[in-house]
Design a protein around this ligand. Structure first.
Ligand code: FAD
Length: 340
């Protein structure tokens, strides 16, 4: 914006690009919908498509991701820039990937993103059966992939002890707890058994999961998923909680369960570009005059490198590692969900 202002470049608001002008196999300009009138703008040096990804394009989400998408990206993130590039022959890459993470869908249908809440202590994330399935303090991309790849069907819950609610900011339903409770997106109960009953989890399995997790909280080592074992995890931890800032036991009610979806901050797939931002065709040749940036492009970050297998190392702040607990028994099939 600073460059635009310095150069005194005119900025047209609410004026979407609807087409590209192609002459002699090169992009020579764009057609802009200006106040309802198609306006042709010629480009002397090139056209840069930077119109975001397709997080809010339900049809594309179902096609490429198999889910409608529960994105925190703006509603206008419809993939129009990607579509324009594809129409002039651009190659598309990473269309099946996104900036995944855990999300919420409020009673009003608005999507939210849940990040610090699942990493802070006194919380676990469980599947419909009441079992943990990944490191709750992992990066949002890794956590989102873990949600999508987890084979147990049904809802995913962020289960918290009262200390989580009292100490940490829960942006998802801040100031709207009653509404979220009424909508069956959030549940509250005096005991874990009652919480399991309300959410359709098996009370015995939830109790076993919590008992095992509370043991990890005492030793400071999550022997199942290595939560809190890296500096990255500890960023959204509570240094007052010892011996591991990400592991606080779930002991005190009222307990809460918040329904989580595989959300995202936007999509990763789009036009394939080279190191100079030039848009490429399938055969690797450059489309002259066409450039792209941001989420309109296939991300230069590529696919995530998954975190290594669960470490048995202590948290970064702990001087010695207590012995790891034995591996947990295999899960039995979950019972059908009966919540929301
Ligand atoms: C809640 C949230 C938190 C985030 N936090 C971080 C963070 O902490 N750090 C970080 O690095 N990233 C963060 N991100 C991601 C970051 O915001 C995006 O990666 C970035 O905004 C993408 O930039 P972009 O220019 O590709 O798209 P956008 O910022 O979406 O801009 C695209 C623009 O194109 C316009 N447009 C769409 N279609 C057309 C059309 N046909 N013609 C003309 N204009 C069009 C849109 O209106 C929009 O103004 C976050 C995202 C979200 C949703």
């Amino acid at each position: 914006m600073h460059i635009v202002r310095t150069q005194q470049t005119p900025v047209w608001l609410s004026s979407p690009v609807v087409d590209l002008i192609v002459e002699d196999d090169a992009v020579a300009g764009a057609v802009i919908d200006r106040n309802g009138r198609p306006t042709r703008v010629r480009a002397r040096r090139g056209v840069v498509l930077a119109a975001g990804g397709f997080a809010r394009n339900r049809e594309w989400r179902l096609k490429h991701h198999g889910i409608p998408g529960y994105s925190a990206a703006p509603e206008g993130d419809l993939g129009t820039g990607i579509d324009l590039g594809a129409r002039v022959g651009a190659a598309l890459e990473l269309m099946d990937d996104a900036w995944w993470g855990s999300g919420t869908v409020g009673p009003d249908g608005q999507h939210g993103f849940v990040l610090s809440e699942r990493s802070f202590p006194f919380s676990i994330v469980v599947d419909a059966a009441g079992e943990r399935f990944t490191n709750e303090s992992a990066s949002y991309i890794d956590f989102g992939h873990a949600m999508l790849e987890h084979p147990v069907p049904g809802p995913t819950w962020l289960v918290t002890d009262v200390r989580h609610a009292r100490r940490y900011l829960s942006t998802a339903y801040l100031g709207r707890k009653k509404e979220w409770l009424a909508a069956g997106i959030l549940f509250e109960a005096g005991s874990l058994a009652e919480l399991a009953d309300k959410t359709g989890m098996d009370p015995a399995r939830l109790a076993a999961t919590v008992e095992r997790f509370n043991g990890f909280a005492r030793t400071g080592v999550d022997a199942d998923f290595g939560r809190g074992g890296t500096v990255y995890d500890n960023y959204y931890g509570d240094p007052r909680v010892k011996p591991n800032p990400n592991l606080g036991p779930l002991e005190r009610g009222p307990f809460r369960a918040l329904l989580l979806y595989p959300g995202d901050l936007g999509t990763k797939g789009g036009l394939l570009t080279d190191a100079d931002g030039r848009v490429l065709r399938e055969d690797g040749s450059v489309i002259p005059g066409l450039y792209a940036a941001g989420n309109t492009t296939a991300s230069v970050m590529g696919r995530p490198t998954r975190a290594p297998a669960p470490p048995s190392a202590p948290p970064s702040s702990s001087p010695t590692a207590p012995p790891a607990t034995p591996p947990r028994p295999p899960a039995t099939p979950p019972r059908p969900r009966n919540a929301s």
